[in-house]
Design a binder for this molecule. Structure first.
Ligand SMILES: C[S@@+](CC[C@H](N)C(=O)[O-])C[C@H]1O[C@@H](n2cnc3c(N)ncnc32)[C@H](O)[C@@H]1O
Length: 225
């Protein structure tokens, strides 16, 4: 396996606008209760019992993570996002919906993936990853060989990797990366399979913005073989 943590450097801002009172309270009180602990991880460490787990990389404002967690309360959901304002968004969804099956990591998803046992995840989501459109920044894209090796290792056989984007350069890059692998089977029969959002795929903020701008959005589902 090539070293997946070589892209583990995070780029961009961690903090946007200042937090309001209620938001600071969520960060100070709820976040410590839901934070992924240090050290080796598994379902018992994270959720207190053995249950199927799913992980979202870069959940943005957390609406997809919370939506999935609400749909499947018997599963454990791990959300990773380095951006504090995104963390606040997720905490608000979790508090409003009284979700007890979500754990959060404010940082690089690779740090969490690296500490999970192999073949421990039912699903991994990567929705609208930062595109890094310049060719010289291609190594910063999450979909590269190292991180995909890591995702492949952590998914159970038959587990699912979902990836969505509206960015043509990212799609071309992703297709190139995925077509070189034999450990994922793309779930596609007709163009509708990647042009139409599956029913259980919650719309994200970036996706809504892309649609508003008139962009096409593409939805990819791969099963771990
Ligand atoms: C373009 S936004 C999309 C957010 C959300 N998925 C959506 O669709 O609305 C990409 C997000 O990925 C996060 N991100 C970038 N690199 C990451 C990494 N290595 N681990 C976890 N999150 C990451 C960024 O902070 C940012 O919030």
């Amino acid at each position: 396996m090539s070293d997946p943590l070589t892209i583990g450097r995070l780029y961009g801002r961690r903090m946007g606008h200042k937090l309001r009172g209620g938001q600071s309270a969520l960060v100070e009180e709820l976040l410590p209760q839901l934070s992924v602990p240090d050290g080796p991880l598994n379902s018992t460490v994270l959720f207190g019992d053995e249950r199927p787990m799913e992980l979202e990389i870069g959940f943005g404002a957390g609406e997809h993570l919370a939506g999935q967690a609400e749909m499947r309360p018997d599963r454990g959901f791990l959300g990773c996002e380095p951006f504090l304002n995104g963390m606040v968004g997720a905490l608000q969804h979790i508090a409003e919906r009284e979700l007890t099956n979500v754990r959060l990591h404010m940082g690089d998803a690779l740090d969490v993936l690296n500490r999970l046992p192999d073949a421990s995840l039912e699903r991994v989501y990567l929705l609208h990853p930062d595109p890094w459109p310049k060719a010289r920044h291609a190594k910063r894209r999450f979909m590269n060989t190292g991180p995909m090796d890591m995702i492949a290792a952590k998914l159970k056989p038959g587990g699912e990797f979902r990836f969505g984007t509206d960015h043509p350069i990212y799609v071309a890059h992703a297709m190139m990366i995925m077509s070189g692998r034999n450990d994922f089977a793309w779930q596609v029969r007709t163009a509708q399979d990647f042009l139409t959002r599956p029913d259980d795929w919650v719309e994200t903020r970036y996706e809504r913005k892309a649609r508003r701008l008139g962009h096409e959005v593409w939805y990819f589902r791969y099963l771990r073989t």
